[in-house]
Each structure stands twice: as C-alpha cells, then as structure tokens.
Write a new protein. Sequence first.
Length: 319
Amino acid sequence: MTVKLGVIGAGGIATVHMENADDIEGVDIVAVADIDEERATAAADPRDAAAYTDGTELIESEAVDAVLIAVPPFAHPEYEEAAADAGVDILIEKPVGLEMAQVEDTQAKLEDSGVITASGYVARYADVTERLLELLDGRTIGSIESTYWAPVTPAAWWQRKDQSGGQLVEQATHPYDTHRYLAGDVDWLVGAGTDRRLTDEIDFHDASSVTMVHENGTLSHVSATCAASSFRFETRVVAEDAQLTVDYIDHTITGEVDGESVSYEGDDDWYRREMAAFVEAVATDSSEPIRSDYGDAATSLSLTLAATEAVETEERIDL
C-alpha cells in the first residue's frame, strides 16, 4: 500500500520531515496545511498536494491514512483529537503538549480510537543510539550525563513559556528522553538554573542543571542552555567495563569497552529512519516499528515538566 500522508504545519521541522518522506518509497504527501497560506501552497504545489489553512479541515476533507502534526505544542490538541475522531494515524512532533491533564485526556481518546501514534523523539532512531545500545547490552549503567546547548530559537512562540513550555519542555527534552530510553523512568530529581543571566529574549531560565535518580538506581544529569552561540548535544555513559561519549551533532561514539578503544562514525539519517518507521507502522497496521508512541512521549513530557519545576523551585521533585 502507498500511505497517503497529510502534513499539518509547514515550518522548519515539517520541511525536514517532508523532504525525508519524499525519498521514502510507499508514502505520498497528498495535502499540507499551515495557517500561512503562502507557506502551505509553497510546500504543497511541488508535490501536487492540496493546500489548506486549517489542519482540521485537511483531516476532515482528505482521504489520508496518516498525518504529521508539526505545529507548536500549544496548538496540538485539536488536530490530535480530529485525527482520533477520523481514525487517522499520527506522527506528532515533541512535546506532545504543555499540560499533563490535557495530554492524558488526549491520550485516552487516541487509545480508544485505536490509531497508531508516534512522537518526534528522533534520537531514538539515531544510528549512534542503536550502536550505543549494542555496546551497553547486558551491562549495568552507573551514570549518564548529557550536555544540550543551543542558541535562542527566533520564533516568538518559542520564547514564551506559556506557548513552548520553556527550553526543557520543548527543546532539551531530547536528552531527558534519551536518558529514559537508556535507563528507564526517573524516581526523583533536583535542579537549579539561571534566570535570564545571558539573554532577556525569553521569559524562562536560560541555563539549567538537573540531577535525576532513576527507578533502577542509575544516576543521570542534564545540563542545558539556550544562550549558547551554537548547538551541542552530547551524552556520556559510564557502565560496567565501559565509558562512552555520544556526539549527536557529529554522530560519533568514542570511549572504551572492556579495555578496548571505541571509535564509531554513524550517519545523520535519524529523521529519515523516524519517518520510515512511521510509514511502515501505518502500512502494516502495527506499532512495532515505533520507538516512542504518544503515551511514552507523555511520560517524557511529565519528566521535563518536573525538571522545569525543580529548576524554578530548587526543591526535590518526586515523580
């Protein structure tokens, strides 16, 4: 079968997903929606797709098998619920929302509908993550540390906490989710941060440091800032007879395992793998290829909301 895909949102990350879908056999983009009509048309026309300014109208009007929802998190719920009502599978960019009550309500509707869901935790699909899991197989993980540095995102909605959730919820959610993927869920955490010490373009902390104790005893830590001059995303793991550093910008792994040096160069096709897994899931009506569904992404949202609270209050937060 050829999966008929609708796209809601035609901004930067949607463009990345659409370009990958164009190169994957078995999927056609048949419609694109964006509140900016020119942007919707610019994405739709080269693909002979229909253009809409309303994502709900796209879902209700087009015979799509699935939709990609790539809009800011404050705008998610109506499209997710419209997809559930129509029985349309969804790939939704992270985070899946901003408030747990709303997300849990939407999760229940999606589960009741039986649609396949996937979320945009792309690091789970990275070649280097797959290799890291192979290297760590059967080994007890002692600690994980991640660094996530980025410049301030220029979009006005991103700079407002009530629309983006802040850096940990919208952007640095990637390392938090990666820690969950490697070591399981978190029991409790503590944190601290700086309140716009280096930039006043935002209305939330511009740097944070959060330490987490996982349910299995692993200790992990994420340091993040949105006041850097360039991107940096690294994860360092100390495990039984292994210490490894993953660079998610250069897609490399370095370190030692069983006393032997490790130097691995991966590829940067993580977004293509993510889209290909979703297309396969829709085509086969099986969620097996999906590495993070809506419910799992909701747990990562809960973690980053707790981390944000810890940074703001400097108190221990139990999950």
